[in-house]
Write a protein of this length. Structure first.
Length: 209
Protein backbone atom coordinates (compact mmCIF):
# COMPACT_ATOMS: atom_id res chain seq x y z
CA UNK A 1 0.00 0.00 0.00
CA UNK A 2 1.49 3.30 -1.09
CA UNK A 3 1.41 6.15 1.40
CA UNK A 4 -1.65 8.36 1.07
CA UNK A 5 -0.85 12.01 0.47
CA UNK A 6 -2.54 14.04 3.19
CA UNK A 7 -3.99 17.55 2.64
CA UNK A 8 -1.46 20.33 2.20
CA UNK A 9 -2.62 23.26 4.28
CA UNK A 10 -0.81 26.55 4.95
CA UNK A 11 0.25 27.33 8.50
CA UNK A 12 -2.35 30.10 8.77
CA UNK A 13 -5.95 29.94 7.55
CA UNK A 14 -8.39 32.84 7.67
CA UNK A 15 -11.54 32.12 9.66
CA UNK A 16 -14.70 32.50 7.59
CA UNK A 17 -18.44 32.12 7.87
CA UNK A 18 -20.02 30.18 5.06
CA UNK A 19 -21.96 32.49 2.73
CA UNK A 20 -23.30 30.88 -0.46
CA UNK A 21 -22.74 32.76 -3.69
CA UNK A 22 -23.44 32.28 -7.39
CA UNK A 23 -19.80 31.42 -8.18
CA UNK A 24 -18.66 29.68 -5.02
CA UNK A 25 -14.92 29.29 -4.52
CA UNK A 26 -13.31 29.05 -1.10
CA UNK A 27 -9.56 28.86 -0.48
CA UNK A 28 -7.06 29.06 2.40
CA UNK A 29 -9.70 29.34 5.11
CA UNK A 30 -11.18 27.52 8.10
CA UNK A 31 -14.82 27.07 9.10
CA UNK A 32 -15.11 26.27 12.79
CA UNK A 33 -17.83 25.40 15.35
CA UNK A 34 -20.78 26.34 13.16
CA UNK A 35 -23.81 24.89 11.35
CA UNK A 36 -24.39 24.94 7.60
CA UNK A 37 -28.02 24.16 6.77
CA UNK A 38 -30.50 23.84 3.93
CA UNK A 39 -28.24 24.59 0.96
CA UNK A 40 -28.10 23.11 -2.53
CA UNK A 41 -25.14 24.26 -4.60
CA UNK A 42 -23.78 22.37 -7.61
CA UNK A 43 -20.11 22.63 -8.57
CA UNK A 44 -18.83 24.29 -5.40
CA UNK A 45 -15.02 24.35 -5.01
CA UNK A 46 -12.89 24.23 -1.85
CA UNK A 47 -9.08 24.38 -1.87
CA UNK A 48 -6.86 24.34 1.23
CA UNK A 49 -9.85 24.50 3.57
CA UNK A 50 -10.44 23.04 7.03
CA UNK A 51 -13.86 22.30 8.48
CA UNK A 52 -13.70 21.80 12.25
CA UNK A 53 -16.76 20.82 14.29
CA UNK A 54 -19.17 21.84 11.54
CA UNK A 55 -22.69 20.42 11.48
CA UNK A 56 -23.96 20.00 7.91
CA UNK A 57 -27.75 19.61 7.71
CA UNK A 58 -29.82 19.13 4.55
CA UNK A 59 -26.83 19.91 2.33
CA UNK A 60 -26.54 18.98 -1.34
CA UNK A 61 -23.20 19.74 -3.04
CA UNK A 62 -23.33 17.62 -6.23
CA UNK A 63 -20.20 17.83 -8.39
CA UNK A 64 -18.23 19.29 -5.48
CA UNK A 65 -14.49 19.78 -6.01
CA UNK A 66 -12.25 19.34 -2.96
CA UNK A 67 -8.48 19.71 -2.96
CA UNK A 68 -6.37 19.77 0.23
CA UNK A 69 -9.38 19.73 2.56
CA UNK A 70 -9.78 18.44 6.13
CA UNK A 71 -13.06 17.57 7.86
CA UNK A 72 -12.35 17.31 11.60
CA UNK A 73 -15.12 16.16 14.00
CA UNK A 74 -17.85 17.20 11.56
CA UNK A 75 -21.39 15.88 11.13
CA UNK A 76 -21.84 15.07 7.45
CA UNK A 77 -24.83 12.76 7.83
CA UNK A 78 -26.90 12.41 4.63
CA UNK A 79 -24.79 14.98 2.79
CA UNK A 80 -24.80 14.76 -1.02
CA UNK A 81 -21.30 14.81 -2.57
CA UNK A 82 -22.36 12.77 -5.62
CA UNK A 83 -20.43 13.27 -8.83
CA UNK A 84 -17.65 15.10 -7.02
CA UNK A 85 -13.87 15.10 -7.21
CA UNK A 86 -11.69 14.78 -4.12
CA UNK A 87 -7.90 14.99 -4.01
CA UNK A 88 -5.88 14.98 -0.78
CA UNK A 89 -8.90 15.01 1.54
CA UNK A 90 -9.03 13.73 5.12
CA UNK A 91 -12.06 12.92 7.28
CA UNK A 92 -11.20 12.65 11.00
CA UNK A 93 -13.70 11.46 13.61
CA UNK A 94 -16.64 12.50 11.46
CA UNK A 95 -20.24 11.32 11.45
CA UNK A 96 -21.07 10.39 7.87
CA UNK A 97 -24.17 8.22 8.19
CA UNK A 98 -25.97 7.95 4.86
CA UNK A 99 -23.52 10.26 3.06
CA UNK A 100 -23.72 10.08 -0.72
CA UNK A 101 -20.36 9.78 -2.53
CA UNK A 102 -21.76 7.97 -5.58
CA UNK A 103 -20.09 8.53 -8.98
CA UNK A 104 -17.26 10.40 -7.29
CA UNK A 105 -13.55 10.39 -8.13
CA UNK A 106 -11.47 10.04 -4.97
CA UNK A 107 -7.66 10.18 -4.91
CA UNK A 108 -5.49 10.33 -1.80
CA UNK A 109 -8.44 10.31 0.60
CA UNK A 110 -8.17 9.16 4.24
CA UNK A 111 -11.25 8.26 6.28
CA UNK A 112 -10.11 7.84 9.88
CA UNK A 113 -12.28 6.77 12.83
CA UNK A 114 -15.55 7.80 11.20
CA UNK A 115 -19.16 6.67 11.62
CA UNK A 116 -20.05 6.07 7.98
CA UNK A 117 -22.71 3.39 8.00
CA UNK A 118 -25.21 3.36 5.13
CA UNK A 119 -22.93 5.59 3.08
CA UNK A 120 -23.00 5.21 -0.71
CA UNK A 121 -19.98 5.08 -3.04
CA UNK A 122 -21.55 3.29 -6.00
CA UNK A 123 -19.88 3.74 -9.42
CA UNK A 124 -17.01 5.72 -7.84
CA UNK A 125 -13.32 5.58 -8.72
CA UNK A 126 -10.85 5.13 -5.85
CA UNK A 127 -7.09 5.65 -6.01
CA UNK A 128 -4.88 5.77 -2.92
CA UNK A 129 -7.69 5.53 -0.37
CA UNK A 130 -7.50 4.47 3.28
CA UNK A 131 -10.43 3.52 5.53
CA UNK A 132 -9.16 3.09 9.09
CA UNK A 133 -11.01 2.12 12.27
CA UNK A 134 -14.33 3.25 10.78
CA UNK A 135 -17.92 2.01 10.94
CA UNK A 136 -19.00 1.17 7.38
CA UNK A 137 -21.85 -1.21 8.09
CA UNK A 138 -24.35 -1.56 5.22
CA UNK A 139 -22.37 0.83 3.04
CA UNK A 140 -22.60 0.52 -0.73
CA UNK A 141 -19.50 0.06 -2.92
CA UNK A 142 -21.41 -1.20 -5.96
CA UNK A 143 -19.45 -1.35 -9.22
CA UNK A 144 -16.52 0.74 -8.00
CA UNK A 145 -13.00 0.90 -9.37
CA UNK A 146 -10.33 0.28 -6.70
CA UNK A 147 -6.63 1.04 -7.02
CA UNK A 148 -4.47 0.98 -3.89
CA UNK A 149 -7.46 0.93 -1.52
CA UNK A 150 -6.91 -0.14 2.07
CA UNK A 151 -9.46 -1.15 4.73
CA UNK A 152 -7.99 -1.47 8.23
CA UNK A 153 -9.87 -2.44 11.42
CA UNK A 154 -13.25 -1.37 9.98
CA UNK A 155 -16.75 -2.70 10.63
CA UNK A 156 -17.90 -3.82 7.19
CA UNK A 157 -20.87 -6.01 8.07
CA UNK A 158 -23.52 -5.90 5.37
CA UNK A 159 -21.42 -3.83 2.97
CA UNK A 160 -22.16 -4.28 -0.73
CA UNK A 161 -19.19 -4.89 -3.07
CA UNK A 162 -21.21 -6.29 -5.97
CA UNK A 163 -19.45 -5.99 -9.36
CA UNK A 164 -16.41 -4.40 -7.69
CA UNK A 165 -13.09 -6.20 -8.35
CA UNK A 166 -11.38 -6.89 -5.01
CA UNK A 167 -7.98 -7.85 -6.38
CA UNK A 168 -5.21 -6.72 -3.96
CA UNK A 169 -7.80 -5.70 -1.32
CA UNK A 170 -6.95 -6.95 2.19
CA UNK A 171 -10.05 -7.54 4.32
CA UNK A 172 -8.34 -9.67 6.95
CA UNK A 173 -8.25 -7.07 9.75
CA UNK A 174 -11.87 -6.01 9.28
CA UNK A 175 -15.02 -7.26 11.00
CA UNK A 176 -18.04 -8.64 9.19
CA UNK A 177 -20.43 -11.54 9.36
CA UNK A 178 -21.75 -11.07 5.84
CA UNK A 179 -20.80 -9.16 2.71
CA UNK A 180 -22.47 -8.91 -0.66
CA UNK A 181 -19.89 -9.72 -3.33
CA UNK A 182 -19.74 -10.95 -6.90
CA UNK A 183 -17.85 -14.24 -6.73
CA UNK A 184 -15.82 -13.79 -9.91
CA UNK A 185 -14.41 -10.49 -8.54
CA UNK A 186 -12.88 -12.09 -5.40
CA UNK A 187 -9.72 -13.30 -7.13
CA UNK A 188 -6.68 -11.82 -5.36
CA UNK A 189 -8.60 -10.63 -2.29
CA UNK A 190 -6.91 -11.35 1.08
CA UNK A 191 -9.05 -12.65 3.95
CA UNK A 192 -8.43 -14.30 7.32
CA UNK A 193 -8.94 -18.03 7.90
CA UNK A 194 -12.22 -17.35 9.69
CA UNK A 195 -13.45 -15.10 6.89
CA UNK A 196 -12.49 -17.71 4.30
CA UNK A 197 -14.67 -20.29 6.08
CA UNK A 198 -17.58 -17.82 6.03
CA UNK A 199 -17.18 -17.24 2.28
CA UNK A 200 -16.99 -20.99 1.72
CA UNK A 201 -20.27 -21.52 3.54
CA UNK A 202 -21.91 -18.84 1.40
CA UNK A 203 -20.79 -20.82 -1.64
CA UNK A 204 -22.61 -23.83 -0.26
CA UNK A 205 -19.49 -25.76 0.71
CA UNK A 206 -19.58 -27.99 3.77
CA UNK A 207 -16.63 -27.43 6.09
CA UNK A 208 -15.36 -30.62 7.74
CA UNK A 209 -13.80 -30.00 11.16
Amino acid sequence: MKTIQLPRLPNELSKQTFQPSENPYYARCVFESDSIKNITMPSIYFQQVKFKQIHFENISFPNIDLMDVVFDHCDLSNIDFSGGRMHRVQFINCKMLGANFSETTLENVAIDTCQAGLSSYGFSRFKQIGFRDSFLENSDFYECQFKNVHFQECQLNGANFSNTPLNNIDLSTNRFERLTVTWNTLNGCTVSNEQAIGFSKLLGLKIKE
